[in-house]
Design a protein around this ligand. Structure first.
Ligand SMILES: C=C(O[C@@H]1C=C(C(=O)O)C=C[C@H]1O)C(=O)O
Length: 158
C-alpha cells in the first residue's frame, strides 16, 4: 500500500473546510477551535496506539491536516469579506460536518498505519508528490486547495 489512500483521505478531509467555514461565517465562531483540536488530536493518538503505530508521527500528520483546513477556511472568509454581498447562502450544521470529520480522521489514521512500510521507503517523497498532483487534478482543486493539500501532507514521509 502506498500513500495514495492517505492523499485521498486528506483531500476528503480538506473538502470539509468549505462547509465548516460557511457554518462559522454564519455563527460568527472563530476559525480556530483549540478545544476541538485537542479532542481530534487526542482521539487520533489513542487510535494510533491501538493500531501499534507511533502516536507522535500520527499526531504530526493530523496537526498538519488541521492547519491546512484552517488555511482554506481563512482564505474563504477573506474572499467572502472582500465581496460585498458575498458569502455562503446556506448555513451548514457544524456538528454534522464535525461528525463527518470524526469518520474521516480515523480512516486517515488507519491509512497511515497501512502505508507504514511505504512511508519509510526512499520513494515516499516522490510517490506522495505524484499522488498529490493526481488527486489535485482529479478534483479540480484551485491554487489554494492544491497548496493546502500539499501542506496537509507535509509530515507524511518522515
Ligand atoms: C474543522 C474545524 O476548524 C478547525 C480545524 C479543525 C480540524 O481540522 O479538525 C479543528 C478545529 C478548528 O481549529 C472545526 O472547528 O471543526
Amino acid at each position: 500500500v502506498g500513500p495514495g489512500a492517505v492523499v485521498e483521505l486528506s483531500a476528503d478531509r480538506l473538502a470539509t473546510a468549505l462547509p465548516v467555514a460557511a457554518a462559522k461565517w454564519h455563527s460568527g465562531d472563530p476559525v480556530d477551535s483549540p478545544e476541538r483540536e485537542r479532542e481530534v488530536l487526542a482521539a487520533a493518538e489513542r487510535h494510533a496506539s491501538a493500531l501499534g503505530v507511533e502516536p507522535e508521527a500520527v499526531a504530526a500528520v493530523v496537526r498538519d491536516q488541521i492547519e491546512a483546513n484552517k488555511t482554506v477556511q481563512r482564505s474563504l472568509h477573506a474572499r467572502w469579506h472582500a465581496d460585498p454581498g458575498g458569502g455562503p447562502g446556506t448555513e451548514p450544521d457544524l456538528s454534522r460536518v464535525r461528525a463527518e470529520l470524526d469518520r474521516l480522521t480515523p480512516e486517515l489514521v488507519r491509512a497511515l498505519a497501512d502505508a507504514g512500510p511505504a512511508l519509510r521507503s526512499p520513494d515516499c517523497g516522490a510517490d506522495l508528490a505524484r499522488s498529490t498532483r493526481e488527486v489535485a487534478d482529479e478534483r479540480g482543486l484551485d491554487r489554494v486547495g492544491a497548496a493546502a493539500l500539499a501542506r496537509s501532507l507535509a509530515s507524511v514521509c518522515p
